[in-house]
Design a binder for this molecule. Structure first.
Ligand SMILES: [Zn+2]
Length: 207
C-alpha cells in the first residue's frame, strides 16, 4: 500500500519543505554563488527567447500568416503543456488511490504557479513517481513527435515542461534523504515528511 488517507497515530512529523526551502537546499548544497545564479537566470531567459524565435522562424507550415499567429500558437502550446503536465501528476495520484485537486496561485518571487495535489499520505516511493511523471511522459511524447516529423511543434512544449518540472526535480532531490517507506503529505507548494515504516502502517490498518 502506497497511499493512506489518515495518518497513523504514532508517526513522527519530520520536516516540512516549501518550494523556497527546496531552492535553498539546492543552491546552498551546490554552492552556487549569487552572482552566478543571476548570470544563469539571465542566460536562461535569453536562451528560451532565442529558441522560441528560432523555432518560430523554422515553422513554414503557414507562410502567409502573421507573426502574431505564431505567438498565439506558442501561447496555446504553453497552456496545453501545463495542462498535460498537471494531468500527469493527477493520473499517478489517481493510480495510487488519491483524489486529485487542481489549483493555481501567485507565489512571491516565482510568479503564477499551477499545481495538482491531494489530501492524504504517500510513501516516498509513490510520491517520487507522482513528482517525476510529467517530465518522463511529456519528454517521451516530444521525442515521439520528433520521429513523427513534427519536431518544431514539440520543442517549445519540451522546454516549458522541463522548466515547469524544476520544482518536481528539487522535490526528488530532497526526497533522497528519506527511506522509501516513509510518508509524504503534499502541501501544494511543497511537502511534509513523516517518519514511519510501511510495515507499521500496514499492521496499524489491519487492526
Ligand atoms: Zn510538476
Amino acid at each position: 500500500m502506497h497511499f493512506i488517507h489518515v495518518l497513523p497515530d504514532d508517526v513522527i512529523q519530520l520536516r516540512s519543505w516549501t518550494i523556497y526551502d527546496l531552492i535553498d537546499d539546492w543552491i546552498i548544497n551546490s554552492s552556487i554563488s549569487p552572482g552566478r545564479q543571476i548570470i544563469f537566470f539571465l542566460l536562461s531567459i535569453c536562451g528560451i527567447a532565442g529558441i522560441m524565435v528560432w523555432v518560430t522562424m523554422q515553422m513554414t507550415e503557414f507562410p502567409s500568416l502573421s507573426i502574431g499567429f505564431y505567438v498565439f500558437i506558442q501561447i496555446v502550446s504553453l497552456a496545453v503543456t501545463i495542462t498535460i503536465h498537471e494531468l500527469c501528476h493527477a493520473s499517478v495520484i489517481l493510480y495510487y488511490g488519491g483524489r486529485p485537486r487542481f489549483g493555481a496561485k501567485w507565489m512571491r518571487g516565482l510568479g503564477p504557479v499551477v499545481y495538482a495535489t491531494t489530501r492524504g499520505y504517500f510513501t516516498v516511493y509513490a510520491y517520487r513517481r507522482v513528482a517525476v511523471a510529467p517530465l518522463v511522459i511529456i519528454s517521451v511524447l516530444c521525442i515521439v513527435g520528433l520521429f513523427l516529423g513534427i519536431g518544431w511543434w514539440v520543442i517549445v512544449p519540451f522546454i516549458f515542461n522541463s522548466i515547469g518540472a524544476g520544482g518536481d526535480l528539487l522535490s526528488l532531490r530532497a526526497l533522497k534523504r528519506y527511506p522509501l517507506d516513509y510518508l509524504i503529505e503534499d502541501t501544494e507548494d511543497g511537502f511534509t515528511a513523516y517518519g514511519n515504516t510501511l510495515s507499521e502502517i500496514v499492521s496499524l490498518n489491519d487492526n
